[in-house]
Write a protein that binds this ligand. Structure first.
Ligand SMILES: [Zn+2]
Length: 369
């Protein structure tokens, strides 16, 4: 059994571009990679592998054939197909869009197979939890997560899917809403005007999947302290009771307090602490993918911290020189890898509504009763 941690990455990602005015900048992946490299987080035994382009056969395990054809054609012809979500403000048609999306799927597909060898794998380019079987949505064209989870389900394996992105994983929820093999847990901002609008507390799954879909809706300005409390109440007991064959985490980091698209009030502290906690208690296969995050330097800092946690290494307090120079050019004003202060919220203070929601979820999940 191979145990070396694996980062899946290709510099090709940075060659694709959603467009100058689009908030999702693929350059952030290159920036995060640069930081990891400078911090020594990619040195042996850590391995780095390039993703491959997923075959059509793999795409069709989740996506509809017509949509896949249209996606390919839209890319080739440079034309919009709004009825398939293509050529919208969120999902522009850009050169190489189809190849980029296939690389994303290929990387996560490859990732779960490597993880099943007993390894910890991180594919920063993955995490497209909004893509629908029949259309593009929310910056996502092909749903690498749903495709991978479906493959795990097909093999009869149990997956604990934990989505930290500030947005609800609507398309993943729908894909596994009646399944008890994929336990979906999502922490996300919720409330009027929040994309995508789904992810209510009461959406707990149906049929065999009843109680296997757990949403923790968060109010604006939710802080580290409250999220940490909720995490401790839910995730460790679920890991223990569900006994998954694989842990699958979506590391969207757009809940950071400085993220331009959302209104949560999280710091680098919560992301690192959750990753370190999972690393200390989970020793089985672990697949992590990226997700949202629209402040480039923050994304790189947080993923650097989370990867260091996953592989059990410490990082120095100050950003390495070369990275810091780039970070400053991107508008970052500190020399530090962690935020200052390193935590948001008052110790011991958890809003009563967070406690009530968590208690509801603990009652809703049959394996915790
Ligand atoms: Zn997001």
């Amino acid at each position: 059994m191979k145990t070396a941690p694996l980062l899946i990455y290709t510099s090709q990602y940075a060659q694709f571009d959603y467009g100058r005015d689009h908030p999702l900048r693929l350059y952030r992946l290159g920036l995060a990679y640069e930081l990891m490299e400078e911090l020594g987080l990619l040195s042996p035994p850590v391995e780095v592998e390039e993703p491959y382009e997923a075959s059509e056969e793999i795409l069709l395990t989740f996506h509809e054939p017509t949509y896949v054809r249209i996606l390919e054609r839209a890319d080739r012809e440079g034309l919009a197909y709004p009825e398939y979500g293509l050529g919208t403000q969120d999902n522009p048609v850009f050169p190489g869009m189809f190849r980029f999306s296939r690389l994303v799927v290929g990387g996560t597909w490859e990732g779960i197979h490597r993880a099943l060898e007993g390894r910890r794998v991180f594919h920063m380019g993955g995490g497209m939890h909004h893509a629908r079987p029949e259309r593009a949505e929310g910056f996502c064209y092909l749903n690498d997560i749903a495709i991978a989870l479906r493959e795990l389900e097909r093999r009869g394996l149990k997956t604990l899917y934990f989505d930290l992105d500030a947005h609800h994983c609507d398309a993943v929820q729908d894909a596994f809403y009646i399944s008890s093999r994929v336990l979906v847990v999502s922490f996300h901002q919720y409330g009027e005007g929040t994309y995508p609008g789904t992810g209510a507390l009461q959406e707990t799954g149906e049929a065999d999947g009843e109680g296997y879909n757990l949403n923790l809706p968060l109010d604006r300005y939710t802080e580290d302290e409250a999220l940490w409390w909720a995490y401790q109440e839910l995730i460790p007991p679920l890991l223990e009771a569900f006994e998954p064959d694989i842990l699958f985490t979506q590391w969207g980091v757009d809940g950071h307090k400085d993220d331009p698209l959302t209104a949560l009030f999280l710091s680098t502290g919560i992301y690192e602490r959750i990753a370190r906690d999972l690393a200390s208690r989970w020793h089985g296969p672990w697949m992590a993918v990226g997700g949202g995050g629209y402040d480039l330097v923050n994304v790189a800092r947080i993923w650097g911290l989370m990867w260091s946690a996953m592989i059990g290494r410490e990082v120095p307090e100050e950003l390495p020189e070369r990275f810091l120079r780039i970070a400053i050019m991107e508008g970052y004003d500190g020399p530090l890898i962690r935020d200052l202060p390193e935590w948001t919220g008052t110790p011991g203070h958890v809003p009563p509504e967070v406690k009530q929601r968590v208690e509801f979820l603990l009652r809703a999940c049959p394996i915790l009763c």
